[in-house]
Design a protein around this ligand. Structure first.
Ligand code: CU
Length: 303
């Protein structure tokens, strides 16, 4: 039996259906938009966080090369990850049990074994080329404009400007009260020293690094320099930058109870400013040297 609805009712019904459909479509659109915005926000925050957590670019040519190498290797790893996981998930999905997939029984495939030996070897060779170039540049310590001996002590650094007669200790300046919680921690807590190492801009500075008692490690991330300070051995590193500023690092070889209390602070000054500083230090050294072997009398002390 066929029921014929009155024309008016049919039109109203159709209209209601049309409105309902439009409402649903709009809801779905909103939902998709919300999902897309959410995903984009998630990705953006991920990128911002990754940028914050990523290795710093630094201020020397070497540190920039190290950063570029790090990013190149990172992108290669991401590409490998995408390929491997795509194949993995595709295989799991394509050969699922519900589709009636039956496990293959073959084993040993010479072609496959050759492929997964040769391809990773080639990838490693591709990675080794830029890595070797950076290492060679990093260890090219010749042609320097000046030499500084960096000597690690438990638990401070000594810097000696070779040929200049300037030598001083760089010790932690943070107070014991701050360390033991008897006073609020300052802005530069554990990252401040009595006398920073000072170097000029635009000069290739060679660091001759050694240890006096145990193994320390001299690390300035912004220079791309990190070298063990081993007693009885000198290792060389170098830095050259055009950007004045204060760069902080730390000892990175567990060297005893005060390991956390021997930061490295390097001040890079414009050449004129550096020369002025060096002249002051030389004067200080001359005054100090003049007191050695001097015979002090009571009348002198009274003056
Ligand atoms: Cu140390």
């Amino acid at each position: 039996m066929q029921v014929t609805l009155p024309r008016k009712l049919t039109t109203r019904l159709l209209r209601t259906l049309e409105i309902e459909l439009k409402v649903r479509q709009s809801r779905m659109k909103n939902q998709i938009l919300r999902m897309l915005t959410g995903t984009l926000a998630f990705l953006a925050s991920g990128v911002a966080l990754a940028d914050e957590l990523n290795m710093r670019v630094g201020v020397t040519d070497i540190s920039r090369q190290v950063y570029d190498l790090h990013m190149t290797i990172f992108y290669i790893c991401v590409a490998i990850g995408v390929v491997v996981f795509s194949v993995l998930f595709w295989s799991v999905f394509q050969h699922r049990k519900s589709k009636g997939a039956v496990a293959a029984t073959f084993h040993d495939s010479t072609k496959l074994e050759l492929a997964w030996t040769i391809v990773p070897t080639l990838i490693l060779i591709v990675m080794a080329i830029p890595a070797t170039q950076v290492l060679v540049a990093m260890y090219d310590t010749g042609g320097e404009d000046m030499n500084i001996e960096v000597r690690g002590y438990q638990w401070k650094w000594q810097y000696e400007y070779i040929g200049e007669g300037v030598k001083f200790m760089s010790e932690l300046r943070t107070s014991q009260d701050e360390i033991y919680g008897r006073a609020p921690k300052g802005e530069h807590y554990l990252r401040e020293v009595t006398q920073p190492l000072v170097i000029p801009t635009g000069k290739k500075v060679r660091f001759l690094i050694t240890g006096n008692d145990v193994i320390h490690s001299w690390w300035v991330p912004d220079f791309g320099v990190k070298r063990d300070a081993v007693p009885g051995l000198f290792t060389a590193a170098w830095a050259k930058t055009d950007i004045p500023g204060t760069y902080v690092g730390e000892c990175t070889e567990l060297c005893g109870i005060g390991h956390a209390f021997m930061p490295v602070v390097v001040e890079v000054k414009e050449e004129a400013e550096y020369n002025e500083w060096l002249a002051g230090k030389k004067l200080e050294a001359a005054v100090y040297a003049s007191t050695i072997g001097k015979e002090w009398t009571l009348s002198l002390i009274h003056i």
